[in-house]
Design a binder for this molecule. Structure first.
Ligand SMILES: N[C@@H](CCC(=O)N[C@@H](CS)C(=O)NCC(=O)O)C(=O)O
Length: 264
């Protein structure tokens, strides 16, 4: 009896310490997320930080400003995350970091594995769209920012057909199986995997996901559980509050971060 009580006290003390650690972690950091004034590769991070009440500066740049800054960005592109004096890049790493700071990344190794598996599936589905977005075999040229090796009109059309009739619907049908009947991808608690899916799926349903790629709601037609997940996330108070605030946010940012000279 005594032993059971002391182990309960230990668990409570452990929980309190974990909550304190998370609280201090959220308070301590001076965070700036820099991206285009678009959802793209930063919206799930913005959502995670906001839901987790992690204070951050939401800095939004134009394409022209990114081009001017290219040489100052760790890998030549946005999003970047400045934490204190250090600047980091790569949206996938940034989202995971935001998830950890916000308490939206699982703590046990198997759930972490599951969360990252789902994130990678979503990323893979998204990557298949890049040749359509850039109309090029390669992503942007790392120095000039111009599209890499251009596709012809006929090739663009072929890719468009393959992506919208096979790659995306099949990918989402597989993701539907992975979700199964769960409330969220990792069980009963929201994680960044749900946010990443929610952001892409919402734009797909609205027909605004990488506009011009021709991808629409049809790619989610056979996925009732995924569509229900999207609606469940949208209906959360914290997500709804984020979008109410977004609707009133001025579109142009205030002072952009340090800029290179236009001739750089
Ligand atoms: N692998 C990178 C890709 C970043 C990327 O493609 N960034 C684009 C916006 S989504 C960009 O910075 N475009 C402007 C440019 O290159 O000038 C990541 O996931 O962060």
């Amino acid at each position: 009896m005594l032993r059971r009580q002391s182990s309960l006290e230990c668990a409570a003390a452990g929980g309190a310490l974990a909550a304190l650690w998370l609280y201090l972690r959220r308070r301590r950091r001076d965070i700036t997320l820099t991206y285009l004034d678009a959802k793209g590769s930063a919206e799930a991070t913005r959502l995670a930080l906001t839901i987790g009440r992690v204070p951050f500066r939401d800095e939004r740049l134009s394409y022209a400003e990114v081009a001017l800054l290219r040489d100052e960005l760790p890998f030549g592109q946005v999003p970047t995350l400045r934490v204190g004096d250090e600047m980091y890049c790569q949206s996938a790493a940034i989202l995971r970091y935001a998830g950890r700071c916000a308490g939206l990344f699982p703590s046990d190794p198997e759930s972490q594995l599951r969360c990252e598996m789902v994130l990678e599936c979503i990323a893979e589905i998204g990557r298949d769209l890049l040749p359509l977005w850039y109309k090029s075999v390669l992503r942007r040229d790392p120095t000039t920012g111009a599209p890499g090796v251009p596709l012809t009109q006929a090739q663009v059309q072929k890719v468009r057909n393959s992506v919208s009739t096979s790659y995306m619907p099949v990918g989402f049908r597989r993701l539907e199986k992975i979700l199964g009947e769960r409330t969220y991808f990792c069980g009963e608690r929201l994680t960044i995997a749900d946010l990443a899916f929610f952001v892409d799926a919402t734009q797909i349903m609205e027909g605004t996901f990488l506009a011009d790629t021709g991808v629409g709601p049809a790619v989610l037609l056979d996925c009732p559980n995924l569509r229900a997940l999207r609606e469940r996330v949208a209906a959360r108070d914290d997500v709804a509050a984020y979008y109410r605030a977004e609707a009133t946010r001025p579109t142009q940012r205030a002072a952009p971060m340090r800029r290179a000279s236009p001739s750089a």
